[in-house]
Design a binder for this molecule. Structure first.
Ligand SMILES: C[S@@+](CC[C@H](N)C(=O)[O-])C[C@H]1O[C@@H](n2cnc3c(N)ncnc32)[C@H](O)[C@@H]1O
Length: 283
């Protein structure tokens, strides 16, 4: 087990590389170092950063705060935090595969497995994780670790999806609607097969309360996915990034091509899954 550098220290380097673990033959459904990762990070940042940072700002995060960003992916939220807390504060920005996280003066980037690697206790004023715990079968244990890593009064913000329902609203024709539904079901199967809980976003507030958090405050966010929107681009991205899992779940290459056309069709509109930002504080 390797320790995460304490908040307020660190040079911005990363610990030595090592392979991420897959637990029980399952593991993170995407990957963070393949050809598709940059596109995924760009889509996630475009779709969710405005909601995430608006909510984070309401904690009052500012100069001097010690923050932890867990499973940072492309690091856009970590960069936002580092700029908020500079110059005296520090954002420790972690991922099991941190190679794509950019560097900022008030930022320490760490390779860190939030399930297994050591975390300092009572160290952070604010911890944020977006679309990470839903992928981890050990999510409730992780929540307990995040609780202990906060100083009393410190904030946790979890941003998570309930991906179980994202109905098509407008389709060019009935066949496109059926294809979209098939895609949604196949994606849920692929996520579940990897150990993810696609409905975790709706369960996270109660889990946070069980873990001891006070002032638990979930905010649901829903938007329309139209052609060219970040959400529609993210769906097209999933047809590429999750290609093998979707084929394994019964879809064909031809269907995946049709879906890519559908997501750029002006007649397409779907309701996004509910994206929950859930805040709570360590008493
Ligand atoms: C869906 S991406 C979300 C990335 C980023 N939080 C965002 O919303 O843009 C999930 C991220 O969690 C990371 N991850 C997966 N398992 C992890 C673990 N056990 N510990 C730390 N990070 C992990 C992945 O490498 C990936 O970058």
């Amino acid at each position: 087990m390797r320790a995460l550098a304490e908040a307020g220290t660190g040079t911005g380097g990363t610990a030595p590389a090592r392979a991420p673990e897959r637990r029980g033959g399952r593991g993170y459904a995407f990957d963070n170092d393949g050809d598709h990762a940059a596109e995924q990070h760009e889509c996630l940042a475009a779709a969710y950063d405005p909601v995430t940072t608006r909510r984070l700002a309401r904690t009052g995060v500012g100069a001097g705060w010690r923050c932890l960003e867990v499973g940072a992916g492309g690091g856009s939220v970590g960069v936002w935090l580092a700029r908020r807390v500079a110059p005296e504060g520090r954002a420790v920005v972690t991922d099991i595969k941190p190679a794509r996280i950019p560097r900022e003066p008030a930022m320490a980037v760490r390779r860190h497995d939030i399930v297994r690697d050591a975390l300092p206790e009572r160290a952070f004023d604010l911890i944020h994780a977006r679309l990470v715990l839903m992928h981890l079968p050990e999510r409730e244990d992780v929540l307990a670790r995040l609780f202990r890593a906060l100083r009393p009064g410190g904030w946790l913000q979890l941003d998570e999806l309930d991906a179980t329902r994202a109905p098509g609203l407008l389709m060019p024709d009935a066949a496109a609607g059926r294809l979209f539904d098939t895609f949604q079901r196949a994606k849920l199967r692929a996520l579940e097969a990897s150990g993810a809980d696609p409905a975790w976003g709706a369960r996270a507030p109660a889990a946070m309360r069980r873990a001891g958090f006070a002032e638990v405050d979930p905010q649901p966010h829903v938007t329309a996915w139209r052609a060219g929107s970040p959400g529609a681009r993210l769906q097209a991205h999933h047809t590429r990034h999750l290609r093998d899992a979707l084929i394994g779940a019964g879809m064909t290459e031809a269907e995946l091509r049709q879906l890519r056309r559908l997501f750029s069709c002006p007649d397409f509109c779907a309701c996004s899954p509910v994206f929950y930002t859930v805040q709570g504080r360590r008493p």
